[in-house]
Design a protein around this ligand. Structure first.
Ligand code: GLN
Length: 284
């Protein structure tokens, strides 16, 4: 006799609870993915029976999760803002705290004026695509140093019919030597100290280190982004950077030294300093 949704979920949660602190959620997402239904279906039809093939597939996915692989890499999907994004282990898994950057940028970008905006190190395209969808009048360029990430981000743009983002292979703003006169630069760069034990723990182990770690202090890339952005922004243009919870003062200092003004720092939903923003001086 084949097993019901309720039964396989119970077994899976028992297996995962020793290795994952979100065992119930993980099991539900993986099962919903196999059944190609949403999680509400699982709650509504707990007595629905799986085919043997589905049960076998589910147990394979549970094994992968038990060994530590992040749910988002197993399903190849992650929700961010209003978008269901395809992801792969070439990119960081978009985090809920990064929605703070999107929320803040949207407070600044006007609705019906064409701003020129760059997203540096776009990964799966999460930030650029969320902003571009909300601000169709603006034009976005999203860069990444990794071709596989750019391809994925582009696929996400196509899947969501987002036409106002262009993707360019670049290491931050290095290849752009003319003044771009940008209205805004946004970035969620790597900012963890290389050698930080956090890199060897949990889901983070599976993510590309190039997207996470940035030198001894974690500030190597941020330093470069602040410097290069100043050159490429127009007067009064904005820079928004996500960073580690202990880096707000460092960013303030670096932004100030570069000549940025209106420097501000915002906390994420976990009440950790997570985003710094500033403006290039006007011409006066
Ligand atoms: N916030 C992420 C973490 O601590 C890191 C993201 C990043 O480096 N941009 O896992």
């Amino acid at each position: 006799m084949s097993l019901s949704i309720e039964q396989v979920l119970q077994q899976a949660v028992a297996v995962l609870s020793t290795s994952s602190d979100s065992a119930q959620l993980d099991a539900e997402i993986l099962l919903a993915d196999i059944l190609q239904k949403d999680r509400t279906f699982l709650r509504t039809w707990p007595e629905h029976r799986l085919t043997n093939e589905q049960a076998r597939q589910f147990s394979d996915l549970i094994k992968r999760r038990q060994q530590g692989e992040p749910v988002a890499y197993i399903t190849g999907k992650q929700g961010f803002w209003s978008l269901a994004l395809s992801i792969s282990n070439d990119t960081l898994i978009p985090r809920p705290e990064t929605e703070l950057l999107v929320e803040q940028a949207l407070q600044i970008i006007p609705q019906n004026i064409c701003w020129q905006i760059m997203d540096l190190g776009t990964g799966s395209g999460a930030i650029a695509l969320a902003l571009a969808k909300e601000r169709p009048a603006s034009h976005f360029v999203a860069t990444d140093i990794d071709f596989a990430s750019l391809k994925l981000a582009q696929q996400n743009a196509v899947a969501h019919h987002i036409m106002n983002v262009h993707f360019v292979a670049a290491h931050w703003l290095t290849p752009f030597n003319a003044e771009l006169q940008l209205d805004m630069v946004v970035s969620n760069p790597p900012y963890i100290m290389s050698g930080d034990p956090h890199l060897k723990q949990g889901d983070v182990r599976y993510e590309p280190e190039r997207a996470l770690a940035s030198g001894k202090t974690g500030l190597d890339d941020i330093r470069l982004i602040i410097k290069q952005s100043y050159t490429q922004l127009k007067p009064e243009g904005w820079l928004l950077i996500e960073h580690g919870y202990h880096q707000a003062e460092d960013l303030h200092q670096l932004m100030h030294e570069q000549g940025f003004i209106s420097i501000n720092n915002l906390r994420d939903y976990g009440n950790q300093p997570r985003l710094s923003l500033c403006q290039k001086k006007d011409k006066r």
